[in-house]
Write a protein that binds this ligand. Sequence first.
Ligand code: UDP
Length: 443
Amino acid sequence: MKLLGRSRAERQSIVHYVEETGVHSLLHYAELLDHTLLEELEWLARQLKGVNIAHVNATANGGGVAEILHSMLPLYHGLGIDASWLVLRGDDSFFNVTKQMHNCLQGGACGLTDADWDMHAAWNKYNAEFLDSTYDAIIVHDPQPVALREFAPNAAEKWVWRSHIDTSAPDPNSWARLSGLVHNFDAAVFSLPEFAGPGLNGLFIDVMPPAIDPFVPKNVVMPESEALSIVARYGIDPQRPFITQVSRFDPWKDPLGVIECFRRLKPDNPELQLAMLGNFADDDPEGRVMYDKVVVAAQGTPDVHIILGLTDLVGPFQQMSTVVLQKSLKEGFGLTATEALWKSTPVIAGNVGGLRLQVSDGVGGYLVDSVDECAERVDFLINHNAEREALGAAGKEHVRTHFLLPRLLRDEMRLLHQLLNSNGHSARQWTPDQTNSTRELAG
Ligand code: UDP
């Protein structure tokens, strides 16, 4: 690769700090969460005093990992922990390969070659040269930066690989390559226990489902009239019902299945509209191709609105939709479902991966295995207000107790405490009576 031939001085820093992460206090959560969780976070912060950590991922924009890190870093800073966020650089061919890796690891058709893995290694080596600081712990997200540890083993005392994808049935060759790299980490973290594939024997495995920040603009529930005027701005008739899917244009999110589901609903629900909100992640080169397919598939069906590039304004759509869809065929977690449930909107979700944690019969919505089932469930909910409201209310409470950011932060800080403070033994655990400095937080 051309870049690799240049002298270090000529190159732009390839791993850069995402600066605008700010500081956010847990005080905001005092009204929302069990105080013991907040007290434990303060206790963990004291145990981790003086520690510096870094998260590394492949994009600052688009997708769930970036969404989480934008909110997670300020909370670390609010707790007085030195946390950085580094974003891997690569060229188009690197991201083509890493997207293929993502597909292979989620069990899709796989044509990765040795040359592809070599290119992955070369870009990781190149980025590793810029890991100048040393950290107590580096948390590496997903397959893109997974080889950094090979090339900069001394950049951190402890290395954690954090996977966000469903690797329960991966392509065996890709998994063998990846698990060979992951094996050298100090811990691997998955969103669900069944995502940890074979070959990780002896490695410390932890499980942490993702979570949302209820205070970012997209998750703040707004007055209905305001939310309706925003959706109207994007072509939705606010007098008529609509359903929404919010997703990157990715075959795993099954946007074509969503259009087909809508098409089947339309004859019996002629007033119904569909909003398909989508964006393109910097590290997902397949997005444009899928977007073109979605546009073609929507042709000839009235009331389909394809809306690009919204971030904060996905919130009003999630809030005012009769039902939100997340009809994924594979899904690591699916923050879009959590975001909709937080606004008390029921979700019809593909019966896969992390969506199963969020939606179950009676809580939040329904899991579906086919387009037919999807149409049947949506049809039921748009015509049964009481059931819809009960599901939405239970879904919101489920998110409050399980999928808000402080719980994820606690899981991560527990792991860091275990790795950094254990001296070969089990690290001291928090118990409620260890609290002594959280009175102001607990109010
Ligand atoms: N998102 C957005 N605008 C869009 C599509 C997606 O802001 O047009 C956000 C969405 O609200 C969510 C994240 O991107 O916060 C997607 O995360 P998820 O875990 O659902 O899926 P991923 O893209 O990580 O597979």
